[in-house]
Write a protein that binds this ligand. Structure first.
Ligand SMILES: Cc1ncc(COP(=O)(O)OP(=O)(O)O)c(N)n1
Ligand SMILES: Cc1nc(C(=O)O)sc1CCOP(=O)(O)O
Ligand SMILES: [Mg+2]
Length: 207
């Protein structure tokens, strides 16, 4: 698996009037090295069409591409992997379908993180670190304490997510995160490329 530092997830509600592919290309030009398609409202055909367009974009720029929720669309679009939540298909079942493609698992407590690692997840999501309105069915914030716990106990790559903004990312990095994921702060920015560059400068400084 190619490593990553800055992970952007789509969120079209945050950029009305701006094209999905243009926004995500700005993120890539700003240094994002992994993109996830997260579409909770479109029909399957609509999500597939977006996945195919994002696959073409990410391939052009040699950036990893992940599909949230839809393992079948991840396969059909030849994504690099799928991201699954705690209530989704089990890791063992998912592995049978995706083979050596990446599987990312959301975790909200150290027991979930240890289990995902033991079951062969390629990376885990660690969140929500801060309150977020982007995810409707979100659990209470896990705080930077959970980020610290994961950084001390987990060996596979982990990415911090949830309410992460330029103004609070330093706290997340100080707790041990070396990979950051954001939706609204990146795709809702009036200058997506500059916002990504600013995140990366902070990640560099935190090394
Ligand atoms: C990188 C990353 N981490 C966590 C999530 C959340 O996934 P999930 O728990 O399946 O919730 P939804 O995104 O489907 O609402 C994620 N998508 N990406
Ligand atoms: C999609 C998602 N998953 C989370 C988790 O904790 O698993 S938090 C989240 C939303 C992140 O959006 P924003 O950067 O706009 O807060
Ligand atoms: Mg999901």
């Amino acid at each position: 698996m190619k490593d990553f530092r800055l992970y952007a997830i789509t969120g079209e509600q945050f950029h009305p009037g701006r094209d999905l592919i243009d926004v995500m290309e700005q993120a890539i030009l700003g240094g994002v090295d992994i993109i996830q398609l997260r579409d909770k409202t479109g029909s399957r055909d609509e999500v597939l069409a977006k996945a195919q367009a994002l696959r073409a974009l990410t391939r052009k720029h040699n950036v990893a591409f992940i599909v949230n929720d839809y393992i079948d669309i991840a396969m059909e679009s030849d994504a690099d992997g799928v991201h699954l939540g705690q209530g989704d298909l089990s890791l063992a079942e998912a592995r049978k379908i995706v083979g050596d493609k990446m599987i990312g698992i959301s975790t909200h407590a150290i027991e979930e993180a240890l289990l995902a690692e033991a079951q062969g997840a390629d990376y885990i999501g660690v969140g929500p670190v801060f309150p977020t309105k982007t995810k409707v069915d979100v659990v209470d914030p896990v705080t930077v304490n959970y980020v610290r716990q994961v950084s001390e106990q987990i060996r596979i790559p982990f990415v911090a997510i949830g309410g992460i903004k330029l103004h609070n990312v330093d706290e997340v990095i100080a707790a041990g995160a070396t990979r950051i994921c954001a939706v609204s702060e990146i795709v809702g920015s009036s200058n997506v490329k500059e916002t990504c560059e600013a995140f990366l400068r902070k990640l560099e400084r935190g090394k």
